[in-house]
Design a binder for this molecule. Structure first.
Ligand code: NAP
Length: 283
């Protein structure tokens, strides 16, 4: 039976460490706020936004909430981002996605100053990550690396297969695994012989967004399995991309859903905010 990787516990440790760091920074006169912008009132987004505000309150940084109506124009949103870019006390700007369809997400992401891009989605942040330069790392993939490190799972020289190539999970995940000296394969919906490729993985990262898709036939005996997916099943219960009960029997370690990758995303967002506070003021 696999070891269950406790993302909730590890994320709590990280938040406690950050809380101490924030207190020390405060004594050095370094403070700052995270600006959280939500357009519309999508219920799932509201839960994510609330969790982010609560995490800020826990570690002791201010959060500035901008709750804009669904019919906010793209220009008005871009103007707000521009204003926040210019405010010294704002160290991080987060625009909750998805945005209503009349607003171009890429345009908004690109309007955020890279120095305040705590989600790590700006092309400059992604580019910096790709070439190993300093910048904000995309929170979910960075959280997975931290989860593996703190669980004592070696990545160097290991064969890692990432299922999914999205800009926010699959691609940055593969780049960060490469940075850890893993040998990385990226797979996607056009990949042929997916189970066979996945069975070569020492570390399998499932980020395909398909509920309970990955069963035992995708997993090598003793592999580490990271489940990024979040879904509600027919009974309204949370589940991931992996058939947990089946895979748990053959993996050496596995992340559960809920309580695996999810809590790490917010912990890493907080880590990015603190990183923003530590750096020189930017506008
Ligand atoms: P996405 O944008 O829909 O991307 C899914 C990727 O999986 C695509 O690259 C797609 O390939 C690939 N794919 C889809 N079906 C496949 C199949 N049958 N075989 C192989 N590859 C397949 O999703 P995402 O934003 O990356 O998110 C993935 C999952 O993670 C979702 O469930 C999401 O809710 C969850 N998520 C969780 C967190 C967290 O904090 N825990 C954060 C972000 C996302 P193509 O490129 O060929 O279409």
């Amino acid at each position: 039976m696999a070891v269950i990787i406790d993302g909730k516990k590890i994320s709590q440790q990280i938040k406690d460490e950050l809380k101490e760091k924030v207190e020390k920074l405060r004594m050095e006169g370094k403070t700052g706020a995270l600006a959280v912008i939500q357009v519309g009132a999508d219920p799932a987004s509201s839960v994510y936004v609330r969790n982010k505000k609560n995490a800020c309150a826990y570690i002791g940084i201010e959060s500035l909430a901008y709750e804009l109506p669904e019919d906010t124009s793209e220009d008005a949103l871009l103007q707000l981002v521009e204003e926040l870019n210019g405010k010294e006390e704002v160290k991080g700007i987060l625009v909750q996605l998805p945005l209503p369809s009349h607003i171009c997400e890429d345009k908004v992401i690109q309007a955020i100053s890279p120095g305040k891009d705590v989600d790590g989605f700006h092309p400059q942040s992604v580019g910096a990550m790709a070439i190993g330069e300093k910048g904000f790392l995309s929170c979910t993939p960075a959280g997975i690396i931290e989860l593996l490190k703190r669980s004592g799972i070696e990545m160097e020289g290991k064969r890692c297969v990432v299922i999914g190539r999205s800009n926010i999970v699959g691609k940055p995940m593969a780049l960060l695994m490469l940075r850890e000296n893993a040998t990385v394969t990226i797979t996607h919906s056009r990949t042929k012989n997916l189970p066979e490729i996945c069975r070569q993985a020492d570390i399998l990262i499932a980020a395909l967004g398909k509920p309970r898709f990955i069963g035992a036939e995708y997993v090598k005996e003793g592999a580490v399995v990271v489940d990024v997916g979040i879904h509600r099943d027919e009974n309204n219960k949370l589940c991931g991309d992996v058939k947990f009960e089946e895979v748990e029997k053959i993996a050496s370690a596995i992340t559960p859903v809920p309580g695996g990758v999810g809590p790490m995303t917010i912990a890493m967002l907080m880590n990015n905010c603190v990183q923003g506070m530590e750096e020189e003021p930017k506008a």
